[in-house]
Design a protein around this ligand. Structure first.
Ligand code: GDP
Ligand code: IMO
Ligand code: MG
Length: 423
């Protein structure tokens, strides 16, 4: 049996979906533990593309039990649409389970996300405007609505009415927006309950039984370490804990049960949304990476900011997540550049530093120190053994391992789930 976790080590979109899908084949249970439909995971299976936002990427493998854990925030309309889209493509979501403790994204969360971003003006966080932040804020404020309340008409009506007293005042008096009618929300959501009720259950006991029975469980990370509320580039982060520790609180298992933690990274770096990015190439190099790697958001379609791989970040991720292996993608993409740069450390106030600072003011003073590598232009997408990679690619990958101090377990040489080297 194995309990595995897949997490992002950068700012998201590292290609987690591809590996989750691959490892799901060997798992009985696939569990999402954080975030919501701010995530966008792309899987290309036998040339067919799928984009998943809320449903665990394991759904593409028949017979896997897919679970949305308590740490996830769920927009019922989005979930139903995703279920419908999958079933139209012949993929069953019958075995999808949702934690009765997961919080529900409400219409006022989405409106508030938008109004708050508008209010921040040029200092906006570049959120996905899916209501993620306001839903998690309500969770900690202790006025959130959980799945167990959502499926109980009396509780749901009481909580919606109670919440709207405050939410409508904030929307109308602070932001000058238009508030909501409790009745229309209750009516809309009661339609969703009819379709989702049978999927809502105490998933925590299912996960713990599976551990006891020695089953293979895969915890699917969304977002990434540098978007983590505690460890990311705060405040330019999301509102949950996508790091490996989030598995314990977002699915309800003890840390001692986890066997392997895969940290996914790209052979370069990308970021969507605002916030610091030390190795960003806001120039022709960044544009070339974007076009070669097709770096456009899976969720919002926004062009992603691109730059060189930063091993200061990956070292920090290795530590914070306790990574047991690295999974590196887009080795095919980066090889096509004329010269490749790898950030090994930063120079700040005349000193060489190897740690990622908490203060964004300090981070702004950090200048990346690079090593330069020769490229590999040949098509590597059909290579399945590390030894068969071009010498320059092997040199680049070995240096990453050395700088990060964690072995590479998986190498992505193309979009398709088969285009992977497993070490
Ligand atoms: P996730 O959110 O971490 O699952 O990643 P996304 O799906 O948002 O973004 C990753 C993008 O890179 C997707 O378009 C993938 O199809 C693509 N991708 C993943 N791995 C590779 C790879 O090794 N090579 C290439 N060329 N594309 C890849
Ligand atoms: P996956 O799982 C990339 C970013 C948003 C924004 C910040 C806060 O596909 O890797 P939010 O809507 O969460 O309040 O936005 O976080 N963000 C992501 N960026 N990939 C993601 O998920 C992201 N989820 C959130 O762009 O900068
Ligand atoms: Mg993504």
């Amino acid at each position: 049996m194995a309990v595995r976790v897949v997490v992002g080590t950068q700012w998201g979109d590292e290609g987690k979906g591809k590996y989750i899908d691959m490892l799901a084949k060997e798992s009985d249970l696939v569990v999402r533990f954080s975030g919501g439909n701010n995530a966008g995971h792309t899987i290309v299976a036998d040339g067919v593309k799928y984009a998943l936002h809320l449903i665990p990427s394991g759904i593409l493998h028949k017979g896997r039990t897919c679970i949305i854990g308590n740490g996830v925030v769920v927009d019922p309309a989005v979930l139903l649409k995703e279920m419908e889209d999958l079933s139209q493509r012949g993929i069953s979501t019958e075995k999808l389970l949702i934690s009765d403790r997961a919080h529900v994204i409400m219409p006022y969360h989405k409106l508030l996300d938008e109004l708050q971003e508008g209010q921040r003006g040029t200092a906006n966080l570049g959120t996905t405007k899916r209501g993620i932040g306001p839903a998690y804020a309500d969770k900690t404020e202790r006025c959130g609505i959980r799945m167990c309340d959502f499926i109980d008409p009396e509780q749901f009506a009481a909580k919606v009415n109670e919440n709207l007293v405050i939410k409508n005042q904030i929307i109308e008096k602070v932001y000058g927006g238009k508030g909501f009618s409790a009745d229309s929300i209750i009516e809309e959501y009661s339609g969703y309950v009819k379709l989702l009720k049978k999927h809502v259950t105490d998933v925590n006991s299912i996960i713990s039984d599976a551990i006891e029975e020695g089953k293979n469980i895969l915890f699917e990370g969304a977002q990434a370490t540098f978007l983590d509320l505690d460890f990311g580039t705060y405040p330019f982060v999301t509102s949950s804990n996508p790091v490996a520790g989030g598995v314990c609180t977002g699915a309800g298992i003890g840390p001692t049960y986890i066997d392997e933690i895969f940290g996914v990274l790209k052979a370069y770096t990308s970021r969507v949304g605002t916030g610091p990015f030390p190795t960003e190439q806001n120039n022709e190099i960044g544009d070339t990476i974007r076009e070669l790697g097709w770096e456009y958001g899976t969720t919002t379609g926004r062009p992603r900011r691109c730059g060189w791989l930063d091993t200061v970040m990956i070292r920090y991720s290795a530590r914070v997540n306790g990574l047991t292996a690295l999974a590196i993608n887009h080795v095919d993409t980066i090889g096509k550049l004329d010269k490749i740069k790898l950030c090994t450390s930063y120079r700040k106030d005349g000193e060489v530093i190897r740690n990622f600072p908490a203060s964004l003011k300090e981070l702004a003073k950090c200048e990346p120190i690079y090593e330069e590598f020769d490229n590999w232009v040949e098509d590597i997408s059909s290579i399945r053994k590390f030894e068969d990679l071009p010498a320059n690619a092997k040199k680049y990958l070995k240096r990453i391992e050395e700088l990060v101090g964690v072995k590479i377990g998986l190498i992505g040489v193309g979009k398709d789930r088969e285009q992977t080297i497993r070490i």
